[in-house]
Design a protein around this ligand. Structure first.
Ligand SMILES: Cc1cc2nc3c(=O)[nH]c(=O)nc-3n(C[C@H](O)[C@H](O)[C@H](O)COP(=O)(O)OP(=O)(O)OC[C@H]3O[C@@H](n4cnc5c(N)ncnc54)[C@H](O)[C@@H]3O)c2cc1C
Ligand code: SF4
Ligand code: SF4
Length: 611
């Protein structure tokens, strides 16, 4: 008999690992339904099983919590039970010997705090929120609630123009979103239960690419005689303008810059979103009759009061275009730029010359990656991305970070900018950084702290700051629009409090977000402005959705999008992502479980054919 044996994975252990991996995927997609009380009760059983049972609060207390939750779920509880639940959880939280116990209790406390209405409803009505309804997870996760199973089935049927028409019912930017949407819809796709989620964004791109040219928009409703001004020609403003025109209102979009598109033109680089694709969406929007005044700065050259007097309603969608500053010495040196300033110049066709230059980009978000990868394409000798946290903490999409690394950008993590060094002619010569050590977790993210190490000097010719954007709202604030922490304050319907007929949306009202969130706010503003003007127009589309076909749903891999090799994409701004082939699109569309028809979703009994 050996004294010590070497670890060897057994077949049993491998099988258990497989089951756990499957369970993890399933749990992520469909965590015990949508009832938070039920979810907490199920999690508590799991936590109890994970407890070592040595301390009484954890061993006995968690099972007591489980009993109370069971009573709540079975309709046997009253408000005293809720008080007992809280008291018991608090006492476990304060007395359990280790984090396993107090974190379990903390889950109950957080649930009680965040979903109090659900608990009260269980006690009062014996069920979760009275209006609770399951919905198709992909469509409910898409902020614009695009009918995803509907358009996927149209792609499968080869009816690409119909797919575009269906998408436009909820989102007038199918081409742009097919390329750059961050696709929150894919996170909870139920196909993950079997193997892996559907490539929803990729199928949208395929529908657009194969729709056969311009896809006509629906006819406008009868003219209402009402006039609406939209300030800002980005995705939020243009979405509102599109739907308002379809509803029969006259709309004029005022845009400060030369061209429409907002950050889709003046932020997102063309290697991710070619301008002709963006123009395809804009042309369709303008074909409804939206009028445009470019090179017009509202608040600056045209006072808001004047505009307000001319229109029945106004939608403010000015985005977030001013750069945040580091607040350190040397920020005014020649060679220090903001990412927004640099990408805007590229959007206007003025490509800066970075040939042979050493570039540092400060930041860890998508904008930082766009600035770094654009610098590579502008001929920089080397590009370093300096970030004060770790790579894991970067907010940029992982594919963006990997893409930047593949294009030879160097990541310099746990380095916080300390000062910027310049020469006698005020040209930047180096960035000095302060090394960081990762610290305590606050609001779910570890906070970096100054490490006990000396400052580091990184020589550079260009420093690009990509640390966030703010709004330019002074004129609007003077007009009475409330802004807090640089975000315009709106009510739940997008209206601006105290200024009737005034609505706001997009980045200026949400803070810097995404294209599809901007579209969502534009769509909501259109509906609520229509009501404000005394109408109740509905937006619908006459596209028949194919019935689902019973198919062999084998485990099947997902068709991912492919990119050009780094060597082919690094020196140009041509699109880097390749679309799917017909075979790939049909296969991918065929993997959709059609949750709209399989009894899962709110589409049961009739899909949301109009809004
Ligand atoms: C570099 C970068 C990359 C990004 N990448 C992605 C991505 O891959 N995927 C994604 O989903 N999102 C991405 N985003 C975010 C996305 O572009 C924005 O969330 C979205 O464009 C916001 O739309 P918006 O209409 O609110 O504002 P904007 O797109 O900013 O449009 C606002 C418009 O208002 C105009 N304007 C401002 N003030 C005035 C005025 N006083 N008078 C008249 N006009 C005015 C501006 O010129 C602008 O055209 C990115 C953003 C940046 C900066
Ligand atoms: S717009 Fe974005 S979130 Fe909505 S369905 Fe398309 S990819 Fe998904
Ligand atoms: S399987 Fe299809 S319908 Fe179901 S969530 Fe995924 S994309 Fe949506």
């Amino acid at each position: 008999m050996s004294r010590l044996t070497l670890f060897k994975e057994t077949r049993v252990q491998a099988a258990i690992d497989d089951v756990l991996r499957d369970a993890e995927r399933r749990l992520y997609v469909s965590p015990f339904g949508n009832c938070h009380v039920n979810l907490t009760a199920s999690l508590l059983k799991l936590f109890h099983a994970q407890s070592c049972g040595k301390c009484v609060p954890c061993r006995v207390g968690l099972s007591q919590l489980g009993n109370i939750l069971e009573d709540i779920l079975k309709g046997r509880a009253d408000h005293d039970s809720l008080a007992l639940l809280e008291k018991t959880a608090l006492s476990i939280y304060e007395s359990a010997d280790c984090a396993i116990g107090y974190e379990a209790a903390n889950t109950v406390l957080k649930g009680l705090r965040d979903f109090r209405d659900d608990y009260d409803n269980h006690v009062n009505c014996g069920a979760c929120s009275p209006n609770e309804s399951d919905s198709v997870p992909c469509a409910s996760r898409c902020p614009a609630h695009v009918d995803i199973p509907g358009y996927i089935s149209l792609v499968k049927a080869g009816r690409y123009a119909d797919a575009v028409r269906l998408i436009r019912k909820d989102n007038p930017f199918p081409a742009a979103c097919g390329l750059v949407c961050e696709h929150p819809c894919e996170t909870r796709c139920r196909r993950n239960i079997l193997d892996i989620g559907i490539n929803i964004r990729g199928l949208k791109r395929y529908a657009v690419d194969n729709s056969g040219g311009a896809v006509p928009v629906p006819p406008n409703a009868v003219k209402t005689g009402k006039k609406v001004a939209v300030i800002g020609g980005g995705p939020a403003g243009l979405s509102a303008a599109y739907y308002l025109c379809l509803m029969g209102h006259s709309v004029i979009v005022y845009e400060k810059r030369n061209y429409l598109g907002g950050m889709l033109r003046y932020g997102i680089p063309s290697y991710r979103l070619p301008r002709e694709e963006l123009q395809w969406d804009i042309d369709a929007i303008l074909s409804t009759g939206v009028e445009v005044r470019t090179n017009t700065d509202i608040g600056g050259e045209i006072p808001l009061e004047k505009l307000r007097a001319q229109y029945d309603a106004m939608f403010i969608a000015i985005g977030a275009h001013t750069e945040k500053k580091l607040g350190i010495k040397g920020e005014n040196l020649r060679g220090v730029l903001s990412a927004v300033q640099m990408l805007r110049a590229i959007g206007d066709g003025n490509l800066p010359d970075f040939k042979g230059k050493r570039v540092i980009v400060v930041g860890g978000g998508n904008v930082a990656m766009d600035a770094a990868r654009s610098s590579v394409r502008l001929g920089a000798a080397n590009v370093t991305i300096a970030y004060r946290r770790r790579q894991d903490d970067m907010t940029a999409l992982s594919e963006e970070i990997e893409g930047a690394i593949a294009e030879d950008c160097e990541l310099l993590t746990l380095q916080s900018p300390a000062k910027i060094e310049g020469d006698a002619d005020d040209n930047i010569t180096a960035l000095w950084t302060r090394p960081q050590i990762i610290g305590p977790i606050e609001h779910g993210r570890p906070v970096p702290l100054d490490a006990d190490k000396p400052l580091q000097r990184i020589p550079c010719d260009i420093l690009i700051l990509a640390i966030g954007q703010d709004i330019e709202a002074d004129h609007f604030v003077k007009f009475g629009v409330k802004a807090q922490r640089n975000v315009i304050q709106t009510l739940g319907d997008g209206s601006v409090e105290g200024l009737s007929g005034l609505f706001a949306g997009g980045d200026c009202a949400t803070g810097p977000a995404t294209v599809i969130r901007a579209v969502e706010t534009g769509k909501a503003a259109a509906a609520n402005i229509d009501n404000y003007l005394g109408f109740d127009h509905k937006i619908s589309v006459d596209v028949e959705i194919p019935a689902p076909k019973p198919e062999n749903k084998k485990y099947w891999g997902r068709v991912n999008m492919r990119e050009k090799e780094p060597s082919q994409r690094k020196d140009n701004f041509g699109i880097m992502e390749s679309g799917m082939s017909r075979e790939e699109a049909e296969q991918e569309a065929g993997r959709c479980l059609r949750c709209d028809c399989s009894g899962y979703g709110a589409f049961r009994g009739g899909r949301f054919a109009q809004w």
